[in-house]
Design a protein around this ligand. Structure first.
Ligand code: LLP
Length: 416
C-alpha cells in the first residue's frame, strides 16, 4: 500500500494534497506519513512475535523528533550511533533502556553519557573499545551491558558503500576471532557481556545473506556456551531493503520466516535494527521547478531542492522515482535531467526522466523518508528544508525550515 497517491489528479500524502503543504510551508519540504511509519514498524513487530523481541529503529535513517516520537509511542526501541542520537531519542520520549548503541568510534564522553542514562546495550566493534567501556564503567561504578558485533564475512550483495559485513569493511570483530575476544572479556570486571550482534549491510533485497550470517553467528553462540558464556540476546541488525524502482525485497514477514528454522528452538531474545524499511517509503521530498533549460545536449529541469537536501543520487547514483504533483494532459512529456542549483555537476536528483513539466510545477521525489533529511547539509549556504508529518487530513510541522540567520549562528568574525 502506498501512503502517497493521486486523488483527483493531485498527489496526496494520506488525505492531504501536497500542493497545500507547499503553499503553507514552502519548498523544498520533506513530507512523512504517520500511518506509513507506524505500519512499517508494526510489520517488524508482528513478524517476530513468536520470540521475545525488540524492534530498535535505526535512528540514523531519519532522526526527526516527530518520527522518533511516533515510534516511541508504539513501544519501539532504538539503535543509535552517537550521543546526539541518544539525546534525540530521549527528547522524543524514547526509552534509553530500550536503546542499543552501535558504531566503531564511541568516545569516552559518549560512553559516559550512555551509561549514565542506562542504555540497554553497547554494540562493541573492537578490543580497544571494550577496554574503553570497561574503564569508563569502572570510573562510574557501573557495569556496562555489552554485545560484540561480529563481522561474519558475508557478501550482502548491495552497493559497496553500504555493505558492512565483509572482511575488508571496518565494522565488527572478525567472526573467527570472536570466541577469543569473548573469552578475554571475562577479565574485564566492569562489563556484563550479554549479547552478540551482526549487521551486514543496507538495502538487501534477498534473504540469503541474512540466513548465511545468522548460521555463522549461531555457531559462535554455541561455542560460547561451551566456554560458559551465556548469550541472552541476539541482535540481527537492520538492512532489509525497500522498493525504489524494480527491487522486490522480502517483507518483514518473509524475512522472519526465512530465519525461523534457525531461531525457533533458541532461547534468545531477538533485537532488530531496521531503519530504511521503516522510514524510506514513509516520506517524500517535495520540490518546485524553478526553470526549464533546454540545451543542445539535454533538457534540464532546475528545481529548488539539491544534493544538500537529498544526497543519495549524487553519492550512490541511486534512483528514486520523481513524479509531477499535478498532471498536465496538454503538456508534451520530454526527457529531463532533474538538477539542483548547487555548483557541482554531481548535483542531480534524477537523470533521463520522461516528464510533462512546466516552470513552477511541484515534483515529488519518492522513497525519501530514510537517509534523506538525515544526510542533508548546508552546502552552498542553503538553509535545510522544513519537515512535516501528515496524519490523515492533518499536517504537523515537525521541523521548521532553517532561516538565513541559522546558517551562521555560532560563527564569529575575527575581532582585530
Ligand atoms: N544497524 C547498523 C549498525 C547500521 O550501520 C545501519 C545502517 C542500520 C542498523 C540500519 O540499516 P537499514 O535498515 O536502514 O538498512 N546512507 C545509506 C545507508 C547507510 C546505512 C548505514 N547503516 C543510504 O542512503 O543508502
Amino acid at each position: 500500500m502506498s501512503y502517497f497517491d493521486y486523488q483527483a489528479g493531485t498527489l496526496h500524502a494520506e488525505n492531504v494534497s501536497v500542493d497545500k503543504i507547499a503553499e503553507q510551508y514552502g519548498t523544498p519540504v520533506y513530507i512523512y506519513s504517520r500511518s506509513a511509519l507506524e505500519n512499517h514498524w508494526q510489520a517488524f513487530d508482528d513478524a517476530f512475535s513468536a520470540y521475545p523481541h525488540l524492534v530498535c529503529y535505526a535512528v540514523k535513517a531519519n532522526s526527526n523528533l516527530g518520527v522518533l516520537n511516533v515510534l516511541a509511542k508504539r513501544g519501539s526501541g532504538f539503535d543509535i550511533v552517537s550521543m546526539g542520537e541518544l539525546a534525540r531519542v530521549m527528547a522524543a520520549g524514547g526509552d534509553p533502556a530500550k536503546t542499543v548503541f552501535s558504531g566503531v568510534g564511541k568516545t569516552e564522553q559518549e560512553i559516559e553519557y550512555a551509561l549514565q542514562h542506562g542504555i540497554r546495550c553497547f554494540n562493541v566493534e573492537s578490543i580497544p573499545e571494550l577496554d574503553r567501556i570497561n574503564t569508563v564503567a569502572g570510573r562510574l561504578g557501573k557495569k556496562a551491558p555489552v554485545s560484540i558485533r561480529v563481522n561474519p564475512d558475508v557478501d550482502a550483495q548491495t552497493h559497496p558503500y553500504i555493505s558492512t559485513g565483509l572482511k575488508e569493511n571496518k565494522f565488527g570483530i572478525a567472526i573467527e576471532d570472536a570466541r577469543e575476544v569473548y573469552r578475554s572479556t571475562q577479565n574485564m570486571p566492569n562489563l556484563d557481556v550479554v549479547a552478540v550482534d551482526c549487521h551486514i549491510g543496507s538495502q538487501l533485497t534477498s534473504v540469503a545473506p541474512f540466513v548465511d550470517a545468522l548460521e555463522r553467528v549461531l555457531t559462535l553462540i554455541d561455542e560460547l556456551a561451551e566456554d560458559g558464556i551465556h548469550i541472552e540476546h541476539l541482535d540481527i541488525g537492520g538492512g532489509l531493503g525497500i522498493h525504489y524502482r524494480d527491487e522486490t525485497p522480502p517483507t518483514p514477514a518473509e524475512y522472519a520466516q526465512a530465519l525461523a528454522p534457525l531461531l525457533k528452538d533458541r532461547d534468545l531474545e531477538i533485537l532488530l535494527e531496521p531503519g530504511r524499511a521503516i522510514a524510506g517509503n514513509a516520506g517524500i521530498l517535495l520540490t518546485k521547478v524553478e526553470f526549464i533549460k533546454p540545451t543542445e545536449a539535454k533538457c534540464f529541469a532546475i528545481v529548488d531542492a539539491a544534493m544538500n537536501d537529498l544526497l543519495r543520487p549524487a553519492l550512490y547514483q541511486s534512483w528514486q522515482q520523481i513524479q509531477t504533483v499535478k498532471q498536465h494532459p496538454s503538456t508534451k512529456a520530454l526527457n529531463y535531467d532533474i538538477v539542483g542549483p548547487i555548483c557541482e555537476t554531481g548535483d542531480f536528483l534524477g537523470k533521463d526522466r520522461e516528464l510533462a513539466l512546466e516552470q513552477g510545477d511541484l515534483l515529488a521525489i519518492r522513497s525519501a523518508g530514510a537517509y534523506g533529511f538525515a544526510m542533508s547539509s548546508n552546502y552552498n549556504s542553503r538553509p535545510r528544508a522544513a519537515e512535516v508529518m501528515v496524519e490523515d487530513d492533518k499536517i504537523h510541522l515537525v521541523r521548521e525550515r532553517e532561516t538565513i540567520n541559522d546558517l551562521f549562528a555560532g560563527e564569529h568574525t575575527i575581532q582585530a
